[in-house]
Design a protein around this ligand. Structure first.
Ligand SMILES: NC(=O)c1ccc[n+]([C@@H]2O[C@H](COP(=O)([O-])OP(=O)(O)OC[C@H]3O[C@@H](n4cnc5c(N)ncnc54)[C@H](O)[C@@H]3O)[C@@H](O)[C@H]2O)c1
Length: 392
């Protein structure tokens, strides 16, 4: 693959903190990728995520669909989202990025930020919307924008549809892998790191499919119960940052150290919080058979090699967590309406097809699932570039 089209480092004149923007590639003149805020965020991390977005967009290329993939991009701000200075910094970052957001970078929530916060800050920064660069590509802009706004207003069990579709896709990836291996859902155990947007929704859909969620971790530590946790109660007890109020724990739920989820007695591990969480040293403690990357870049390459050596399958982020991004575009371009059942059904069908295609390719090529996903992307990018040009 080629180097990113554009990398940018911004320094805030008030706090001296830094923010980054990497546009990996443009397709039809536009790129797509969320904005994250976390202490220690680097340009290198943002570049890796932007490349991942190019892959996610390409993987969902459906020549018959109304949504045609965009290029990949990502933004990042080096700050603790709970810092009192965080919101002002976010507004100034968006103001500085305004020319790019107005013309070729569409963005939304990622780690540390909610869509509400991004929307509010974008308005304060003088933007029409964080995805306005895509509007010129729409046939009927007013209808499309109304459909997306309606979809964002849909709630299921008190949780916004936008906060559920990503986890629906992650859970369906798990189910597709279990089906291929002939493993029943019931009795299969899962442990999840992170109970925010992605982790929370993943745990919810896994529990509904019949799996037993035996451990979840948030920033405060791991909550475990070998007999299965009450996922709905934990979800209802989260604050805006995905931290669970421990007062709702049942007497037999146990509180364990932050890294205990990793060694849980479970067949499926879902890292859904931070990047670089499974390394060469701690992978030794993993007994699971599948690691399903809801977070971006949670498994380091060296760890993945060691895990593959002992038969642990890592389902890669570029496929597994691509549902949220795709749902925005399916909805905006009109492949689906503002309806939860339609969104879940379409997400499930698309994710299952992708997982099956990836695992079949991995089997045929004798490679890891990640290498197979990359091979599919490599086949697809030239087809997309040929149809739409490199920058147009
Ligand atoms: N939100 C999306 O739509 C989306 C889409 C694709 C990928 N992702 C990726 O998923 C991951 C999570 O994103 P999110 O939006 O769910 O974040 P979030 O901010 O909503 O939730 C993060 C969760 O992780 C927990 N957490 C943070 N640091 C932790 C640590 N060190 N140990 C254990 N738990 C910790 C928090 O307590 C919280 O429960 C990120 O890697 C993000 O890039 C998110």
């Amino acid at each position: 693959m080629t180097a990113p089209l554009m990398t940018l480092t911004w320094t805030d004149h008030v706090t001296g903190r830094q923010g980054f923007l990497v546009v990996d590639r443009l397709v039809r003149g536009v790129s797509s990728g969320g904005l994250r805020m976390r202490p220690g965020c680097t340009l290198e991390e943002v570049a890796g995520l932007a490349r991942g977005m190019t892959m996610k967009e390409a993987l969902h290329y459906n020549p018959e669909g109304r949504y045609i993939p965009l290029g990949g991009a990502k933004g990042g701000i080096d700050c603790d989202p709970q810092d009192p200075a965080a919101y002002g910094l976010l507004v100034r970052y968006l103001r500085a990025m305004r020319p790019y957001i107005e013309s070729f970078w569409t963005t939304g929530e990622d780690l540390g930020l909610t869509q509400d916060l991004v929307d509010r800050a974008a308005e304060e920064a003088g933007l029409v919307s964080s995805i306005q660069a895509v509007y010129p590509l729409l046939d009927d802009e007013a209808t499309a924008r109304r459909r997306l706004a309606d979809a964002f207003a849909v709630e299921v069990d008190g949780i916004g549809l936008d906060e559920l579709v990503g986890g629906c896709g992650v859970a369906e990836s798990v189910l597709a892998a279990l089906d291929r291996a002939g493993v029943a859902y019931k009795g299969t155990r899962a442990a999840v790191q992170g109970l925010g947007t992605m982790g929370g929704a993943t745990a919810r859909f896994l529990a509904r499919a019949g799996l037993k969620v035996v451990a979840v971790a948030d920033i405060k530590g791991t909550i475990a119960n070998p007999a299965g946790l009450d996922v709905d109660a934990l979800l209802a007890a989260r604050d805006a940052y995905g931290t669970v109020d421990r007062s709702v724990l049942r007497p037999d739920d146990r509180e364990l150290p932050g890294d205990a989820w990793l060694a849980a007695d479970a067949e499926v591990l879902v890292p859904a919080a931070v990047s670089y969480t499974i390394d060469a040293a701690n992978q030794r403690r993993i007994t699971a058979r599948w690691i399903v990357e809801a977070a971006n870049m949670p498994v380091l390459a060296e760890a993945e090699e060691l895990l593959a050596g002992r038969g642990v399958t890592v389902l890669p982020d570029v496929v597994v967590n691509s549902g949220t991004n795709a749902w925005w575009w399916w909805t905006l371009f009109g492949d689906i309406g503002a309806d939860a059942d339609e969104a879940f059904a379409y997400t499930r069908r698309s994710m299952r097809a992708l997982i099956d295609q990836m695992l079949a390719r991995a089997e045929a090529d004798g490679t890891t699932a990640r290498a197979a996903a990359h091979a599919i992307v490599s086949d697809r990018l030239p087809v997309i570039a040929e149809r739409f040009g490199w920058y147009r």
